[in-house]
Design a protein around this ligand. Structure first.
Ligand SMILES: [Mn+2]
Length: 479
C-alpha cells in the first residue's frame, strides 16, 4: 500500500499524479480493478477537473459490475468535457447494463452525430435502437392481454423422442438420481438433452417453485449442515467441481444456490437444468434463490436468451422466463441467518414479514420496489454497497445474527465485512475466464451456525468462450 501525503506542494502533486497513473495502468493490466478504482480515486482527488480519471474509473467500475457507480463517473466525465467521446460510450454501457436502453440510445446518437464516419459507433447505435424498438413492442403486447403461459401451448406428452437419441430420459416422467448422473455426464461431453426432457423438467420445476413462499424458512437440526453457494454464471465445469469437492446433493447433503445461475458463462443451460433437476429430486433439501440475472433484461444482454435460442427455441426461453419469476427471493435458517442474492435495502425498517409478503411472480420494476432492491441492493442504481449501520439496524430489528449475500466477485471467493455480520460468497472461480478470483462455498451447521469457508480454483472447460451467446453489443467490447 502506498500512502499519499495530504500536504501537497505543486511539485509533489505533479509526481504523485505520475505515480498514480503508472499504478492505475499496472492494476488495469493485472485486471486488479478494485485497486485501479482506489488509485483513480486518488487521481480524482488530486485533480477533480480531469475527465479522463472519471472516465477510466467508470471503466473499472464497469468491469467490477458496479454499474451505478460507473454511470455516475461517466456522467461526471461528460460534465467536465462534453466532447469526450469515451465518456458517451461508457455512460451508454452503464445504462445498458442497468436496463435503461433509451438513455443509452441517446448517447450512441450523440457519438454518431459527432463522428458520422465511425462505423463502429453506427453499428452500436443500430443495435441499441433495435433493442429499444423491441422493448416498446413487447410493452405494447403486454398491456393488450394477460400473458398466457407457454405451458398451455405445449403438448409435451406427444413430443416424440427419436430412436437415434441415446441420451438420458426421465423414468415415467420422474427425475431419479440415475437420470441426474447420466445427465451431468451427458452435459459434460457437450451433448444436448432431448427437448422433451428439458420441457418436462421446466414444467415440473415451475409447479414446485410456485408453491414456495417468497421467503423460505428452514430449520437445521443440531447435526445438520447446509452448503451455501454464490453466483455460478454458466460455469458448468466449475459447478461439477463443487459437487466433486463437496459431494453430490442429497437428503443428507443439502445445498442452497444463491442466484445468478445463468448468463456470461456459455454453459448456462447445463447449469440451470442440473440445478432444476436436483430441486425436483430433493425439493426439501436443495434450495434455489433468484438473482438479478434470472430476469429478461439481463438474459437478453448477457447470453442466456441467446444460448437457449441457439440450443433449443425462443419458446423454451419464454418458459425459462416464467419459471425464473417463481424462484424465491430469500431464505432464512433457524431464524438467525438470512440469505439473499444482492443484499440489504435502501430503506430502513424492512422486516422479514415484508419479504414474506412480496408478490414475486414478475420482472423487477425499474426501481423503488423491494423485489428490485433485493437483487441489486441499490439506491437508484447507484450504490454497490450498503453500510455497516444498515446491516446492524436490520439484524437487530429482525433478531438475526448475520446475512449472506452474493452478487459481487471477490478475489478470495468470499468476504466477511461489517464485523462478521455481512458475508459475501461467490462461486464462479476465474469469473468470465479473466478475473483470476477463487470461488468459495460456505458450510453452516445447525449446532453453532458459524460460517465455515471453503475455497476452490477454476477447472478447465471446453473451448467455448464466456459471452459466446451474449448480445452483439456486449461482445463488441462496447466498453
Ligand atoms: Mn448478481
Amino acid at each position: 500500500t502506498i500512502r499519499f501525503s495530504r500536504n501537497r506542494s505543486l511539485e509533489t502533486k505533479f509526481y504523485q499524479v505520475i505515480v498514480i497513473k503508472i499504478l492505475c495502468d499496472i492494476c488495469f493490466s493485472d485486471k486488479d480493478y478494485e485497486n485501479a478504482i482506489k488509485y483513480y480515486s486518488e487521481a480524482v482527488d488530486l485533480n477533480p477537473s480531469n475527465a479522463i480519471y472519471y472516465s477510466n474509473r467508470s471503466l473499472a467500475y464497469l468491469r467490477t459490475e458496479c454499474y451505478g457507480y460507473a454511470l455516475a463517473d461517466a456522467t461526471k466525465a461528460l460534465e467536465i468535457d462534453k466532447n469526450y467521446i469515451k465518456g458517451y460510450y461508457r455512460r451508454a454501457t452503464s445504462n445498458m447494463a442497468l436496463g435503461k436502453f433509451k438513455a443509452a440510445l441517446k448517447d450512441y446518437e450523440t457519438v454518431v452525430r459527432v463522428r458520422p464516419n465511425d462505423k463502429d459507433a453506427k453499428m452500436k447505435y443500430q443495435e441499441c435502437n433495435k433493442i429499444v424498438k423491441q422493448k416498446a413492442f413487447e410493452r405494447a403486447i403486454a398491456s393488450d392481454e394477460i400473458k398466457k403461459s407457454v405451458v398451455d401451448s405445449l403438448d409435451i406428452e406427444n413430443m416424440t423422442i427419436e430412436d437415434d437419441y441415446v441420451g438420458p430420459k426421465l423414468e415415467d416422467g420422474t427425475i431419479t438420481l440415475t437420470f441426474m448422473k447420466e445427465m451431468m455426464d451427458w452435459f459434460k461431453d457437450q451433448k444436448k438433452l432431448h427437448r422433451k426432457c428439458a420441457y418436462q423438467i421446466l414444467v415440473q420445476v415451475k409447479d414446485v417453485l410456485s408453491k414456495l413462499p417468497s421467503l423460505v424458512e428452514i430449520t437445521l437440526k443440531e447435526t445438520e449442515k447446509i452448503t451455501i453457494c454464490g453466483d455460478t454464471h454458466g460455469q458448468y465445469y466449475d459447478l461439477l467441481n463443487i459437487f466433486k469437492l463437496n459431494g453430490l446433493p442429497s437428503e443428507t447433503n443439502p445445498y442452497l444456490f444463491n442466484g445468478d445461475f445463468v448468463d456470461r458463462g456459455s454453459f448456462s443451460l447445463e447449469v440451470i437444468l442440473t440445478l432444476f433437476g436436483f430441486k425436483l429430486l430433493y425439493p426439501e433439501n436443495f434450495h434455489l434463490l433468484r438473482g438479478n440475472h434470472e430476469t429478461d433484461n439481463m438474459n437478453q444482454m448477457y447470453g442466456f436468451e441467446g444460448e437457449v435460442k441457439a440450443k433449443y427455441t425462443a419458446q423454451m426461453f419464454q418458459l425459462f422466463s416464467e419459471v425464473f419469476q417463481w424462484l424465491p427471493l430469500a431464505q432464512c435458517m433457524n431464524n438467525k441467518v438470512l440469505v439473499m442474492h444482492g443484499g440489504l435495502f435502501s430503506e430502513d425498517g424492512v422486516t422479514l414479514d415484508d419479504l414474506r409478503k412480496i408478490e414475486r411472480n414478475r420482472q423487477p420494476p425499474d426501481s423503488g420496489r423491494l423485489i428490485f432492491q433485493m437483487q441489486h441492493e441499490s439506491k437508484s442504481g447507484v450504490s454497490c454497497q450498503f453500510g455497516p449501520d444498515v446491516t446492524e439496524r436490520f439484524l437487530e430489528q429482525n433478531k438475526l445474527d448475520f446475512i449472506v449475500r452474493s452478487h459481487e466477485v471477490k478475489a478470495e471467493g468470499y468476504e466477511v465485512t461489517h464485523s462478521g455480520k455481512c458475508i459475501t460468497v461467490f462461486s464462479a472461480p476465474n469469473y468470465c475466464d479473466q478475473m483470476g478470483n477463487k470461488g468459495a462455498y460456505i458450510h453452516l451447521r445447525g449446532s453453532d451456525l458459524k460460517p465455515e469457508f471453503h475455497q476452490f480454483t477454476a477447472v478447465p472447460h471446453p473451448n467455448v468462450k464466456p459471452m459466446a451467446y451474449a448480445n452483439t453489443l456486449m461482445q463488441l467490447g462496447m466498453m
